[in-house]
Write a protein that binds this ligand. Structure first.
Ligand code: GTP
Ligand code: MG
Length: 217
């Protein structure tokens, strides 16, 4: 079971050792927008057509924060039931778990309990966890309020954010929050020759989301 923080449910400080790179696993039901969030972050693109993830996809990215550099490996899992057995080993290897639901799909929100439990079973408190309510652009179809999302996250002692991969809302903020929660390296690593690696420059608190979208790749 998740543990709330000592100060009235504030997130517990996870015990994460500083690493050269961090693995992030994206979890959540089918079609909640895991791939779309990653695609918006990596390429600033959005595809309205659904292409289910088959198995697991991998991407990597270096984030330059004001005071440090954080290398992220993003593992995009498939929400479809038939791929479930693949997922525990990716959770086991990850310092960060991003659990996504669709704010227009109440069942996907209720199922986040199961995903959170899976992460706690594999990682205990040795993990940074973030609950993400996606598709905020679909206001008229909302089935889960912001407060419900916040309350769930608080009860579980994890971070929370709402996003829209379609509109680009809070996508950079989501990754900035995660990266900030991780111990970083003091100096930037040399540019990698990995074709998958894209470098971006993020200021700590850009005035707008558009300002945060500056790409130094
Ligand atoms: N309106 C809206 N649609 C979105 C948003 N994010 C994703 N979608 C759409 O929702 C559908 C599913 O998105 P995906 O990113 O493929 O979902 P997924 O969680 O990766 O799904 P699986 O790979 O099957 O687990 C696609 O048609 C997307 O275009 C969003 O923020 N707003
Ligand atoms: Mg996907």
């Amino acid at each position: 079971m998740a543990q709330a923080g000592e100060n009235g449910g504030a997130p517990a400080v996870p015990q994460i050792a500083p690493l050269a790179k961090y693995k992030l696993v994206f979890l959540g039901d089918q079609s909640v927008g895991k791939t779309s969030i990653i695609t918006r972050f990596m390429y600033d693109n959005f595809d309205k057509n659904y292409q289910a993830t088959i198995g697991i996809d991998f991407l990597s990215k270096t984030m330059y924060l004001e005071d440090r550099t954080v290398r992220l490996q993003l593992w995009d899992t498939a929400g479809q039931e038939r791929f479930r057995s693949l997922i525990p080993s990716y959770i086991r290897d990850s310092s960060v778990a991003v659990i996504v639901y669709d704010i227009t799909n109440r069942a996907s929100f209720l199922n986040t309990s199961k995903w959170i439990e899976d992460v706690r079973n594999e990682r205990g408190n040795d993990v940074v966890m973030m609950l993400v309510g996606n598709k905020t652009d679909l206001k008229e179809r909302r089935q889960v309020s912001v407060e419900e999302g916040e309350d769930r996250a608080k009860a579980e002692g994890i971070m929370f954010i709402e996003t829209s991969a379609k509109g680009g809302y809070n996508i950079k903020a989501l990754f900035r929050k995660l990266a900030t929660a991780l111990p970083g390296m003091e100096t930037a690593p040399a540019t990698s020759n990995n074709a998958n690696l894209i470098d971006i420059k993020l200021s700590a608190a850009p005035p707008t989301e558009d300002a945060a979208r500056t790409c130094a790749c």
